[in-house]
Design a protein. Structure first.
Length: 373
């Protein structure tokens, strides 16, 4: 293990090394966990193609990822408010600030996803677009005068204590972020497996802390975009934030251990376990969703002449459904007909109504049970 010089957490960490790490950081323990993580990730990517419409998980799992990723930054909202906002543009417009911030995470993921499909790699422009969407800002790299520090949370021991001060200075930040994007996009810089590179790059991004706020969420989105860009995932649906929030103390401790002691091994093991766990978890969700979709399709077609595969898929696109969505799917706009159809779905127990003021949302309780179980 490379032992760092004395680390002063109150001073800008301008000695942050460029990528890749110069010391040998991969041993048999890391390789073993990498093998498990790679296998689970490959199974997940294969499983995505079993879905009739793989992008349907963007409206479900990505919402859960957005919520958990925001909770890591102490931004909380409820599933109920999120689901309403996703299914109704007016509800989204009038949603709480926290809910809007969570929804911006999902929008930022799409912005980055579309950008890497055009550019075929992650550039600084990709990162900047993601950050600006996450924070709803036009800001760029943080200014040299910005006194950004990382402090302990209010519920932690010695709350408010500075635990890390990121690099500071225009030239330093520009050099580090240029090196970061070069590391991700140029295999000649380092030809490690993409999973290992993702883990190394995630530490580096968090250590650079290039923006005044929103770095954690931006960094977690970059993780997913990189896996997609490298062909390890066809859709950005790896629910990494679930593992991080369940192991939040370890996450921050192991990040700090790289900075203070050069302990890359513990960090790589943590990230490989995170990928391994979340890929297996997402696989189970897909299996459960497909099983439920098949059962609901059979049940719906047996009892309703108008029920078909397209309607069934629509009902599993998001947890809360408005009658207009059914109308768009069936290409029918009669309010009387749609009211009748929604009532029939309610009578069969496929959906259940939820009153919200003068409006009614229809809940797919089976999908909610799977997502929140």
């Amino acid at each position: 293990m490379n032992i760092k010089q004395a680390f002063d957490r109150t001073k800008p960490y301008n000695q942050l090394s460029l990528l890749p790490p110069q010391e040998e950081i991969i041993d048999k323990d890391v390789l073993l966990e990498w093998g498990y993580a790679s296998r689970n990730l490959a199974e997940l990517n294969k499983n995505l193609y079993r879905l009739p419409n793989p992008t349907m998980l963007i409206n479900t799992l990505t919402l859960q990822e957005a919520k958990s990723s925001s909770e890591i930054e102490n931004i909380f909202t409820t599933e109920d408010e999120l689901y309403k906002a996703v299914s109704d543009s007016l509800k989204e417009k009038n949603a709480s600030p926290n809910t809007k911030e969570v929804l911006r995470y999902r929008e930022a993921l799409w912005v980055g996803y579309n950008h890497i499909h055009k550019k075929k790699k992650i550039t600084f422009d990709t990162i900047l677009r993601v950050y600006q969407k996450v924070k709803n800002t036009s800001q760029g790299l943080r200014s040299p005068q910005s006194q950004v520090v990382i402090r302990r949370g209010d519920s932690e021991f010695r709350p408010g204590e500075v635990i890390y001060t990121p690099p500071r200075g225009k030239e330093i930040l520009e050099k580090l972020i240029t090196d970061f994007t070069e590391y991700l996009s140029n295999d000649k810089v380092c030809n490690n497996d993409p999973l290992i590179k993702m883990a190394i790059a995630h530490y580096q991004f968090e250590a650079i802390h290039p923006f005044s706020d929103g770095n954690g969420r931006t960094g977690r989105i970059i993780n997913l975009l990189y896996l997609v860009n490298q062909g390890l995932l066809s859709q950005p649906v790896l629910y990494l934030s679930k593992y991080i929030i369940e192991n939040k103390d370890d996450y921050y401790f192991k990040l700090g251990a790289v900075t203070q002691r050069g302990d890359w091994k513990s960090w790589l093991l943590y990230m490989m376990k995170a990928v391994q766990y979340t890929a297996a978890f997402t696989n189970r969700l897909i299996d459960e969703i497909i099983l439920q979709m098949d059962a609901t399709l059979e049940y719906g077609k047996k009892n309703l002449k108008w029920y078909n595969k397209e309607v069934n898929e629509m009902l599993f696109m998001q947890p809360y459904i408005k009658p207009k969505l059914l109308g768009d799917t069936l290409e029918r706009s009669s309010r009387t007909t749609l009211t009748k159809y929604m009532q029939e779905l309610t009578d069969l127990g496929i959906l259940s109504p939820k009153q919200d003021g003068k409006e009614v949302f229809y809940l797919n309780n089976d999908l909610i049970r799977i997502l929140e179980g």
